[in-house]
Write a protein that binds this ligand. Structure first.
Ligand SMILES: NC(=O)c1ccc[n+]([C@@H]2O[C@H](COP(=O)([O-])OP(=O)(O)OC[C@H]3O[C@@H](n4cnc5c(N)ncnc54)[C@H](O)[C@@H]3O)[C@@H](O)[C@H]2O)c1
Ligand SMILES: O=P([O-])([O-])O[C@@H]1[C@@H](O)[C@H](O)[C@@H](O)[C@H](O)[C@@H]1O
Length: 530
């Protein structure tokens, strides 16, 4: 597909930076004498984006798991242009399922032709085939054998990438049995000494990060949790509520500081962006406070991959159409180690919370259907069962039962076979590449005429741009949380467009509709049915 340049007064491009200016037009809403009054709110915002793409390392916690091995194999197979025989004929490595790598954005019209460009071409992004992968696991199996254990990828593909993975052995990790299912202890042969204090563990992980960066001549590292789902930690004032209290609690080896929070703290202290791909409450307020202090972006929680991704479309379709969902029942069974871990009630509860929150914004946004908000909302059930027979090929069955016009009912039943790790791997790669971009962006709100611009990084919680990739995105204070999938996609797309000096996509195509109004023409038969 063609490359493009932007010639605009809104964009100044140097060899190393994109400087774009965006005039944000929204409205300010007030209640005056019980009435809503809207007034224009215009703010000029300046963006400064570093164009230089770093040599990026991705250190995954849970490297030896289904997701970790699949991401590693996908990156290597794409880098080496691996092709393999399948029963359906030859297959070649790809990044299908990646928003950045496999979707597009409309630039506008060249005459009558609407021009689309790859999403990834909007701004400079890391090439995922160049990502250097490493990380930790409580199990010491090399990645070639762990990939075989995962039973995710075709064996012919495995045979080609295994030689590139056999030398990769996860680093020993922090293992606190109380936070995950007890059965996981059977894997735990690659753990840091239990005699280490929690602070000594943090320092050990920090050294791991520094060593990985040095050994691979990296410019940056993203640390990403794709290890087993933990139970929620018991958040406590004086322990988890501020950076100083959290650091003090770690020094005191407080029992309610989880392994995932230790990894988040180690990453932030090493200046590395951190992503929580599981549903537990890793990113406690103390972690957010620390990330703010160190200007390090963090993201979470819980990759949005299959059943929940579809739910954030279907519930949006129903509610946006003025149809009232009465019940949303999401059942699935899966047979991988994640499923085994989620059989533990406390770990399942973490997942139930994240999977159950995905309709909240859509319900809150429609008081016509739900005058009392969530209280009026649909019955929402989440059921997950462990069934070894199906392995990573999760079977999701959903029923959407809704009220339609004049007392009618509508039932939508879905049977969705999700190859869980093949859906998660491209999402993980998108999260790594997107949060790396966020480390290169600074923003400034124009002040008084002639005053100097004060550029600063975004708030570390960029979840308002990551809802397409996460089930329960954590957002900066005061920023709305949006789960509706295509609102989230447009939100991220428009951010990247504005960074490049392009206009956000309003989807209205007003100019062309006005032109059509000014010069009404009878469309050709072909045009009607194009
Ligand atoms: N579609 C998806 O696969 C999907 C979607 C959303 C979230 N997730 C979450 O991603 C995580 C990984 O999923 P998976 O299918 O790869 O699971 P998995 O069980 O195959 O892999 C998890 C790995 O983490 C390791 N581990 C456990 N505790 C650890 C610790 N303290 N430090 C380092 N390693 C540790 C385990 O040994 C295992 O190898 C799970 O929490 C799951 O809920 C998965
Ligand atoms: O497909 P999705 O709902 O986004 O996410 C998946 C859940 O459906 C599944 O139950 C769970 O085991 C996986 O870890 C993942 O969370």
């Amino acid at each position: 597909m063609e490359s493009f340049s932007v010639v605009s007064p809104h964009l100044t491009e140097t060899a190393t930076e994109l400087h774009s200016v965006y005039e944000s037009h929204t409205q300010h809403v007030e209640r005056v004498d019980g009435k809503l009054v809207c007034k224009p709110a215009i703010q000029t915002i300046h963006f400064r984006t570093q164009k230089t793409v770093p040599k990026l390392g991705l250190m995954m916690i849970g490297l030896g798991g289904n997701n970790g091995t699949t991401v590693t194999a996908q990156i290597l197979a794409n880098r080496e242009h691996v092709r393999w025989e399948t029963k359906d004929g030859p297959m070649e490595a790809n990044f299908l399922g990646s928003l950045l790598q496999c979707s597009t954005s409309s630039l506008g019209f060249c005459g009558e032709e609407e021009v689309f460009v790859p999403f990834k071409s909007l701004v400079p992004l890391v090439d995922p085939t160049q990502i250097v992968v490493g990380g930790w696991d409580i199990n010491n199996m090399n990645l070639a054998d762990a990939m075989r254990r995962a039973k995710v990828l075709d064996i012919n593909l495995q045979q080609q990438v295994a030689p590139m993975m056999r030398h990769m052995v996860p680093l020993p990790s922090v293992y606190i049995p109380d936070f995950i299912a007890s059965e996981q202890s059977e894997r735990a042969n690659n753990t840091l000494p239990a005699t280490l204090s929690r602070w000594e563990a943090v320092e050990h992980l920090r050294a791991d990060i520094r060593n990985f960066k040095t050994a691979n001549h990296l410019d940056k590292i993203v640390v990403l949790w794709t290890a087993s789902t933990e139970r929620f930690c018991q958040e406590t004032v004086g322990v988890h509520d501020s950076a100083d209290n959290l650091l003090a609690a770690i020094h005191a080896s407080h029992a309610e500081i989880s392994p995932s929070t230790l990894f988040a703290v180690a990453s932030i202290l090493e200046g590395c962006a951190f992503v929580n791909g599981s549903p537990q409450n890793t990113l406690v307020p103390g972690v957010v406070d620390l990330a703010t202090r160190h200007h390090v972006p963090i993201a979470g929680s819980d990759f949005k991959t299959g059943q929940t991704k579809l739910k954030s479309v279907l519930v949006d379709f129903l509610i946006s159409s003025g149809i009232r969902p009465l019940s949303v029942v999401s059942y699935n069974h899966l047979g991988n180690n994640d499923g085994a871990n989620l059989a533990n009630p406390r770990c399942f509860r973490s997942k139930e919370i994240s999977k159950s929150s995905v309709c909240d914004d859509m319900i809150a946004g429609n008081q016509v259907l739900f005058p009392e908000g969530k209280k009026d909302g649909p019955d929402h059930l989440v059921i997950i069962k462990y069934c070894p027979a199906v392995g990573d090929s999760k079977r999701a069955m959903d029923e959407y039962y809704s009220e339609i016009a004049m007392g009618g009912k509508n039932t939508i039943s879905i049977h969705n076979v999700c190859e869980d790790s093949l859906l998660a791997a491209p999402v993980i790669i998108d999260l790594a590449c997107t949060i790396e971009l966020f480390t290169r962006i600074e923003v400034a709100a124009a002040g008084a005429p002639g005053s100097a611009l004060e550029y600063q990084p975004f708030h570390p919680l960029m979840g308002s741009f990551l809802g397409f990739l996460l089930k329960a995105p954590l957002v900066a204070p005061g920023v709305p949380l949006v789960n509706s999938l295509f609102k989230q996609r447009l939100c991220l797309e428009n951010l990247l467009r504005v960074l490049r000096g392009l206009e956000p996509n309003t989807l209205m195509n007003l100019e062309r509709n006005v032109e059509a109004a000014r010069h009404p023409a009878v469309p050709t038969f072909a045009a009607i049915h194009h």
